[in-house]
Design a protein. Structure first.
Length: 285
């Protein structure tokens, strides 16, 4: 008989075990999740153990769901059922259990960012009432020589400074979970920043994690402060960053309406992985 259990903070090790037991068989070659990495998700992605579930058959975890919670929505960060236990209703039960809980406790908006090629997961989400809201794309740039250092006045900034000056607020509807202001602020000192100054004001800003040995750099924030990209303010800022750090880069989960896309193209970024943002409203069982 299957038991479904919502978790608590002291269940972190159980959640890590359930993830590795159920997720890794579907993704061979993927390194196992560690407890410190799980705690990083709690800090940086707002993962809540009380929004996580494990399905057990006896002592074996046969399915799990990780939920991240913010004031207005809950992200289903990851869920999986062990290959030996597919097509027994476990996935649907995990999704509907969380929906039933959030219909009472809130927030009622549910979000999933699922890989476009994950046909089975997308089919399950649609069967549970999720609808497609947007396509998110990872933009990658291979290591390349810089075209030269652009001119202009560039100053260091932090996510906290941009937030304090209301320059971190979302300028396009519903950005990806890791690109929202709360996620950026949670990264703290891991995130560096730079701004372009024009006419004594910040014209554009970029926040990034620089490339390191064996790891590509990440750009979770690239914005003109005036909206859109008037005057091409993103180009010199991005060129400056790539001149300082000419390694491999990713600008993850960019929504199609983001005005930074054309600047990314001009600087050698190309689209790769695609994700479907699926949304639903929590409802009682």
């Amino acid at each position: 008989m299957t038991a479904y259990r919502f978790c608590r903070t002291d269940d972190m090790s159980r959640l890590v075990e359930a993830h590795n037991h159920c997720w890794l068989p579907h993704h061979p070659g993927t390194p196992p999740l560690t407890l410190p990495e799980f705690k990083g998700l709690v800090r940086e992605r707002q993962l809540w153990c009380s929004s996580c579930l494990i399905a057990y058959e006896g002592e074996e975890p046969v399915g799990y769901l990780f939920g991240c919670k913010r004031e207005r929505e809950t992200l289903l960060h990851r869920f999986a059922v062990h290959p030996d236990h597919l097509r027994r209703g476990h996935g649907r039960h995990l999704l509907t259990s969380l929906s039933s809980k959030l219909a009472i406790l809130g927030p009622p908006r549910l979000v999933v960012e699922a890989p476009e090629e994950a046909a089975a997961a997308l089919g399950l989400l649609r069967a549970c009432g999720y609808v497609e809201e947007a396509t998110l794309i990872d933009w990658h740039r291979a290591e390349a020589e810089s075209a030269g250092t652009p001119g202009g006045l560039f100053i260091p900034v932090t996510a906290a400074e941009l937030h304090a000056n209301r320059l971190l607020e979302d300028q396009i509807p519903s950005p990806a979970w890791e690109r929202a202001a709360q996620a950026l602020l949670a990264l703290g000192d891991r995130l560096e920043g730079m701004a372009l100054v024009k006419e004594e004001r910040l014209a554009a800003a970029i926040l990034y994690i620089a490339p390191s040995a064996g790891r590509e750099g990440r750009i979770p924030h690239l914005r003109s402060t005036a909206g859109g990209d008037p005057g091409g303010t993103l180009d010199p800022l991005l060129a400056r960053l790539l001149a300082l750090y000419p390694g491999r880069w990713i600008c993850p989960r960019v929504i199609a309406e983001d005005p930074a896309i054309e600047s990314l193209r001009r600087h050698g970024f190309a689209p790769q992985a695609r994700f479907k943002r699926m949304t639903a409203t929590a409802r009682p069982a």
